[in-house]
Structures are given as C-alpha cells and as structure tokens.
Design a binder for this molecule. Sequence first.
Ligand code: NAD
Length: 311
Amino acid sequence: MALLEGKVAIITGAGRGVGREEALLLARQGAKVVVNDVGAHFDGTGQSRSPAEDVVKEIRAAGGEAVANYESVTDFKAAKRILTCALDNFGKLNILVNNAGILRDRMIFNMSEEDFDSVVEVHLKGSFNMSRHVCAYWREQHKNGNLLNGRLINTTSDAGLLGNAGQGNYGSAKAALAAMAIIIDREMSRYGVTANAVAPLARTRMTIEATPQTAAWMGEVKPGEFDRFSPAHVAPLVAWLASDDAKDVHGEVFRAGMGTVWIMWGWHTVATVSKAGEPWDPAALGARVKEHLAKGITPKESLAQVADIHG
Ligand SMILES: NC(=O)c1ccc[n+]([C@@H]2O[C@H](COP(=O)([O-])OP(=O)(O)OC[C@H]3O[C@@H](n4cnc5c(N)ncnc54)[C@H](O)[C@@H]3O)[C@@H](O)[C@H]2O)c1
C-alpha cells in the first residue's frame, strides 16, 4: 500500500521546483493534493495560473487526484480559502507543506524596506497564515474525536540555518520557519500533530536564475544523466514526514538533497561560564568567554564545513 493512501495535502508554491516534486510524489504515494501556486516570478512579482494547472494535469494524467489553487499565502483570508479548497474538494486535510517562496537578495546596507517586507511576507507570514488556519482546524477536529494525524512541514534553508551573506531578509525568515516548526510541534503534538522543517538543496529556478554562485557550483546536467541536484531528491523526506509512520518525529530540522538527508541539531550548549553571587565584571566575563570560544568551533570553521559539503 502507498504511504499516503487516503490522505489529503496542501502544498504551497507547488507549481514549480521543490513544491512541484513534492506534489507529484505525495500524489504518487496516494495523497489527494491541493496544488497552490500564485505563479510569481522568483522576486514575487507577476502571477500566472499555468504552473499550478500544469502540475494538476500531470498528477491527473498519472491517475492521481489534485486540484489547483492560485491564491497568495501572504493574504490571511486567502490562506483560509486554500484550506477550504481542500475541505470542499476532498472533505478533510491531513498534511500542510509550507513551501511557497521568493528571493530578493541584497546586502543589508543596500536592502530596501520593500525587499525585506516582501520576502518576510511570503515565507514567514505566509507560513503563519496557512499554519494558523490549518492548526485551528486540526485542533477543532481533534476535540470532536476526528483524529487526522496532522503533519506540518515548513521549508527552511541553509541561509537561515547556517547564514549566507546577501540574504538578511530571506535567511532571517527561514531561520524563523525552523523555529516556528519546533514551536508549532510543541503546541500541537497533544492533538496528534507533528511539525518539522526541511531545508532543500536543489536545482530550481530559485537556485539557477536567482543565485548565480549556487548555479555555478551545481554546474550543468549532461543530457540523459539523472540530475543529482534534482528536487526529486528532496520530496521523499517530505513524503515520509507526512506519513503516519513518522508520528514520533517531532520538531526536527533536516537538510535534504543529492540523495542525502542531514539531521540538523541547532543551538545547543557547548560550554558555560558562571559566577555565584555578584554579577560579572564585563572584562572578566569577556576573558572567560574568549577562552571557551578559542577551544570550540568558530562560525567560520562551521561555514568551511558547509563549503566542504557543497563540494
Ligand atoms: N532550491 C533550493 O535549493 C532551495 C534551498 C533552500 C530553500 N528552498 C526553499 O524551497 C522552497 C521552494 O523553492 P524553489 O527552489 O522550488 O523555488 P521556485 O521559485 O521554483 O518555486 C517557488 C514557487 O512558489 C510560488 N510562490 C511565490 N510566492 C507565492 C505566494 N505568495 N503564494 C503562493 N505561491 C507562491 C512561486 O510562484 C513558485 O512557483 C522555497 O521556500 C525556497 O525558499 C529552496
């Protein structure tokens, strides 16, 4: 039996790239899918119905069930209508994948207020909008004895988990999405829900057109060769996290791509300095902190390790 037989999923931004592969795989695994996509350019401008429509056609042609939705996740009321779309068409909702995203890279000293706001609006506010309505629905259903085993997956990024120059808007929103998954999990696990976050690593419009240095690192795909950077490598983790089998996976953060899944454990104590009684003298405190930082891994070394992974 397929892993997601009988489940209903919403995937936002599922008309292209990572979200498209997630929609196709979830449908192949038996889920009925709401393919949400506003059809925007990578910077968030413009709109088109064809990305979502094309994915729905592809799913139906393969024998699956899907419906398109073109609303923007940035609109709180529209987010509720995306949930209603799942309920009207398929009668319930089990899975929410918050994937929609845009990019407006600038160094902090050049970033306009609009560049900051628009990126935070799609990623962070959009994921809040969707999660808010869906979690209220799951809680209400649970109270009525309807056990839906809700699964929420936020899409985070290396830019947020590890930091990346030029992405102060995007990286800040993406770090917040990892935190939001952990927090939602703590609030919703009593209702049978799990929430986790996945950072993709994949060749998509966002990496090829919007981030030239990543495009250069990924290189070209040879004709006939399977692309090791295909977003199809991200989707299997999301499909499994969405399944009943992943019921004990709570508030975890992963990276996924190139056939590899990284289990990421973030902020954790590596050393402490303490003093009883009176508050520290700042200089004395600084000396002790420096001692420990000198022993441990610095952010620079940690970034060098990431560069290693990136080849
Ligand atoms: N590709 C990667 O390597 C990578 C790395 C880290 C994170 N991510 C994240 O993965 C997600 C998918 O990115 P992708 O690489 O597939 O990019 P993409 O540009 O191919 O797809 C993003 C989709 O989101 C849609 N979208 C944008 N704004 C929307 C809105 N307001 N409402 C609904 N849909 C909207 C776009 O129309 C687009 O189809 C994003 O959240 C991105 O930040 C991707």
